[in-house]
Design a protein around this ligand. Structure first.
Ligand code: 13P
Length: 158
């Protein structure tokens, strides 16, 4: 077991207009479309990004503006993870499929780890996504605690 962890926390302020990632595994894509249809007006007030196929489906079916990254199995989850590490993502809505093993399972796990690490709000199903989108914090600025990366680098002696 390692006791290596960031020695203290820093504050990160999220702006009122959030950067929201939308991702759904194939078995969950229709559920995501149904959910996003219900929340279309709210979603359109924020900046949306998504993995390749999910973003394409949302754009085509709902006419939402969504920045499309790579498809998940081709590295899309890792691209979203990079946005989290760079503090360029505020909310993650990820309908992952508990019934289908994915070829890129390690990428999925890595993405969820980074979201947990950087204190990014995550919803992994429609009910939790309803809670996140109906939160008053979604349309306000919000101060959250994140690991202090500079203090971590300084404290490392290995
Ligand atoms: O596989 C995914 C997330 O792990 C989603 O990728 P697509 O949106 O390209 O289907």
């Amino acid at each position: 077991m390692s006791d290596a962890q960031p020695p203290r926390q820093a504050i990160r302020t999220l702006q009122a207009r959030k950067r929201i990632a939308l991702i759904a595994h194939d078995g969950k894509k229709s559920e995501m479309l149904e959910w996003a249809t219900r929340w279309k007006d709210t979603l359109s007030q924020h900046e949306l990004i998504g993995t390749g196929t999910t973003s394409k489906r949302l754009k085509t079916a709902l006419g939402l503006e969504v920045e499309g990254l790579m498809s998940g199995p081709l590295g899309g989850d890792q691209q979203i993870g990079a946005r989290i590490a760079e503090q360029r993502l505020d909310v993650l809505i990820f309908f992952w499929d508990p019934f289908s093993p994915q070829p890129h399972d390690p990428d999925v796990k890595a993405l969820l780890r980074l979201a947990a690490l950087w204190n990014v709000p995550v919803a992994c199903n429609a009910a939790s996504a309803d809670f996140v989108l109906s939160s008053p914090y979604l349309s306000e600025s919000y101060d959250m605690s994140i690991p202090d990366a500079a203090a971590w680098a300084q404290a490392r002696t290995v």
